[in-house]
Design a protein around this ligand. Structure first.
Ligand SMILES: CC(C)(COP(=O)(O)OP(=O)(O)OC[C@H]1O[C@@H](n2cnc3c(N)ncnc32)[C@H](O)[C@@H]1OP(=O)(O)O)[C@@H](O)C(=O)NCCC(=O)NCCS
Length: 383
């Protein structure tokens, strides 16, 4: 009973106007506000990229310095929210813990009830810092360790590694991690960003509820799924399950024979290799060499060759394929991989939330109703 065209999964449907991110899926090109992702990966920092996504211009040095200071100051998580995180069962998945804690942050933010544009930006900056603090704190708490306060003189990347491992990160590791954050920062209307924009669109400036925290909470919920951000964890689990280079062929044969998906492959928009995967591939290779363990990288390359040989469909590695091996080489627990995605993507979510609220209209599509046209109500006794 369609009263408009229906496209399953909204494939190819344009659902928002935005100036933040552009993807040419056929050319394998990704830009943030016009700048190619490769250029940002080579020349920018995560802090500068956040500023650029949020404010729309590359910052001058003084602007960047002020932004970094605001980000570092905002990364502190209120004691009450930390107590909530401590109270969660140790088996809680890190993504569930993060979603719960980000929701709670909305009750303690000094601008909680202010949905003016300036307050939204202030809240966005705080959340960008706090998501990293929450991620690493939860990992330490569940291991029976005390959380480590982020250092005010550290970048987000440095603080992630420092507050996770408890020691000053090596500059080269911090830079690799910084670039990983840049690569994951935004990706147009991916499922979590769309979820965040839909939530933001229900708010007005007088809402009396923090639209920014509501959008971030919903976006984290959407990111957790294995078809989206949850794939990076599944890729590493797959590599560990395969275990050895010699076992790759049989494993991939089996997946294809049973029409199962290979995690870290395929994309709704790209019809060629995801440009982020190209950068991450080089990191996975380099880290493998540096740590004297190239096994994961070699397995990845073998899987890529096999998948390409087994299908004529445009199924190429996506951002999650090589990132697993990269994070694993940096001694990050596997179930923290998807929260890393959130530590970065929170910047894109916030840029999109602010953009949505600046020119808002409720996002409310239609359903193609497939049910009965008419049914009589049957009293309980007659059923
Ligand atoms: C990302 C993803 C959800 C995109 O989904 P989508 O645009 O809805 O595409 P579909 O799932 O409809 O896939 C289209 C076809 O390619 C196949 N395909 C897609 N991804 C595949 C994969 N990773 N492995 C094997 N086959 C795959 C599908 O089986 C389907 O084949 P069919 O037409 O014969 O049914 C999908 O590619 C996937 O599930 N990938 C694995 C999870 C992943 O890595 N997610 C992270 C995304 S960044």
């Amino acid at each position: 009973m369609a009263n408009a065209d229906f496209v399953k999964g909204l494939e190819g449907v344009i659902a928002a106007e935005s100036s933040i991110c552009f993807i040419d899926g056929h050319a394998g090109r990704l830009t943030y506000r016009g700048i190619d992702i490769q250029d940002l990966a080579e020349h920018s920092t995560f802090e500068e990229t956040c500023y650029f996504l949020l404010f729309g211009n590359l910052p001058k040095q003084a602007e960047l310095d002020a932004f970094k200071a605001e980000l570092a100051a905002g990364s502190v998580v209120p004691d009450e929210v930390m107590a909530l995180v401590r109270s969660l069962p140790k088996e809680t998945t890190p993504m569930d813990a993060l979603r719960t804690a980000v929701s709670a942050l909305g009750s303690y933010d000094p601008d909680a009830l202010d949905n003016s544009d300036a307050a939204n930006v202030r809240k966005a900056v705080r959340l960008i810092g706090q998501v990293t603090t929450l991620t690493t704190s939860f990992d330490r708490i569940r291991k029976g360790l005390d959380p480590i306060a982020p250092r005010q003189d550290y970048t987000v990347a440095e603080n992630f590694l420092y507050t996770l491992h408890g020691e000053a990160p090596h500059p080269s590791s911090a830079r690799v991690f910084d670039v990983c954050l840049i690569l994951h920062a935004d990706h147009e209307l991916n499922a979590s960003t769309f979820a965040g924009r839909v939530i933001a669109s229900t708010f007005t400036n007088e809402s009396g509820v923090s639209a920014v925290h509501a959008a971030a909470t919903g976006a984290i919920g959407a990111l957790a799924g294995p078809l989206h951000g949850g794939a990076n964890q599944r890729v590493m689990e797959m590599l560990l399950k395969i275990g050895d280079l010699d076992a790759v062929d049989a494993f991939i044969d089996d997946l294809f024979a049973n029409k199962k998906k290979v995690m870290g492959f395929g994309h709704r928009v790209y019809r060629t290799i995801d440009p982020r995967a190209t950068v991450l591939r080089s990191f996975a290779k380099k880290l493998g060499e540096d740590t004297g363990n190239s096994k994961w990288f070699e397995m990845c390359e073998k899987i890529e060759k096999l998948v390409s040989a087994k299908t004529s469909k445009p199924i190429y590695p996506n951002v999650d394929f090589f990132s697993g091996a990269v994070f694993y080489s940096m001694n990050v627990p596997i179930d923290i991989f998807t929260p890393i995605f959130a530590c970065s993507r929170i910047s894109g979510w916030m840029a999109h939330t602010v953009e949505q609220l600046r020119n808002n209209r409720l996002i409310r599509p239609l359903a193609d109703y497939q049910g009965l046209e008419k049914m009589e109500y049957m009293p309980m006794a007659e059923r």
